[in-house]
Design a protein around this ligand. Sequence first.
Ligand code: G3I
Length: 369
Amino acid sequence: MSAALPRRDFLTGVFGSVLAAGIAVPMRSRAADLTLKKAAQTHELFWGAAVQHMELARDATFADLVAEQCAVIVPEWEMKWAAIEKHRGKPNFAQADAIVRFASEHGLKLRGHTLIWHRSIPEWAKDILGQPGGWDAVATHIAAMLHRYGDSRFIHWDVLNEVIEPNDGRDDGLRASPFLKAFGPDYIPLSLTLAREAAPGMRLYINEYGVDYDGSVERARRAALLRLVDTLKTEKVPLDGIGIQGHLRLDGSPFSETALSTFLRDLASHGVRITITELDVREGDLKMPLNIRDTRVADEVRRYLDVALQEPAVEGIVSWGLSDRYSWRTTPALRQQGLVNRGLPFDDALRPKAVTKAIVAALERRRPG
Ligand code: G3I
């Protein structure tokens, strides 16, 4: 399919045609305005995307696409501790508030991301975590964020991000992060308990990466995450969901449908919901013809979603960005070469691609819950 199809024709085409990307798509008299948002909602899912406040403020056509295609948005970095509280005791919510305002103005919900993450600790906090009163700073941050952003505008909060790291050599597979070094493994249940107290109605998540493929590292990560969830749920620690980031890659990594579906089923058996929280694809050869590149991205996402969406506990999908125009995957080095990673639902001209069709088709194939 040409990548040049304008968005509206594309979506009509998908549901006006019998065959799309080799997949039988039922003939439907769908309105031409079918969107990822509606395709997901039809199957009791939500579609969302990570966004940055300046993208929404400076790029009206992109902001329109976000409002049209997403039911949920996630601040890509604006709600992280290092961005909020550069100076101790002086949190600055302005950039985060801008995204919340956009969501409210467009009738969108939000996912909060993320309260506790080893890669977003304010410089001043790094120095005191291990000191007396260090935990007070963490607890104050959790309370401040959830008192401001812990209401019904938000469907979930990623309380903890990327707490698993088997390569750190611990028997429990936990990351030897500054939080763990300062407070021991209990920082995890303590954070979740504080979050529940601060926002009793909020769905509290732990968000993890690297559990999608079937290499030895991913298997160790899945096992460690399952052990953590089992321990937390056995000890009745408040935990409502697990975010599976879903950063896919075209490097030939081994992938096992059975391993992934078993993992998701085992997670769900502990009574947690699941969200695919950061879906995107890191391409391999960015100099191949666009149609080949786009087909490879579409096939990788289709293979993944065809497994993930068959798990009834999966409640939504968030792509880590909505358009290749704004993707963390397009590094400055790539841009200097005039290259763009094409791993998101819409291209850098905000047009749909083969992957958009693959996502809609995968949503269509989801069995009723
Ligand atoms: O330009 C802003 C500046 O105005 C602002 O004051 C400052 C505040 O820290 O940030 C500056 O921009 C950078 C921002 O990306 C926008 O490009 C930040 O320096 C930089 O830290 C931030 O990186 C983000 C990174 O997480 C760290 O927060 C990436 O955008 C974001 O894609 C990435 O997302 C993570 C998920 O949270 C967790 N999973 C992995 C994923 C990719 O690393």
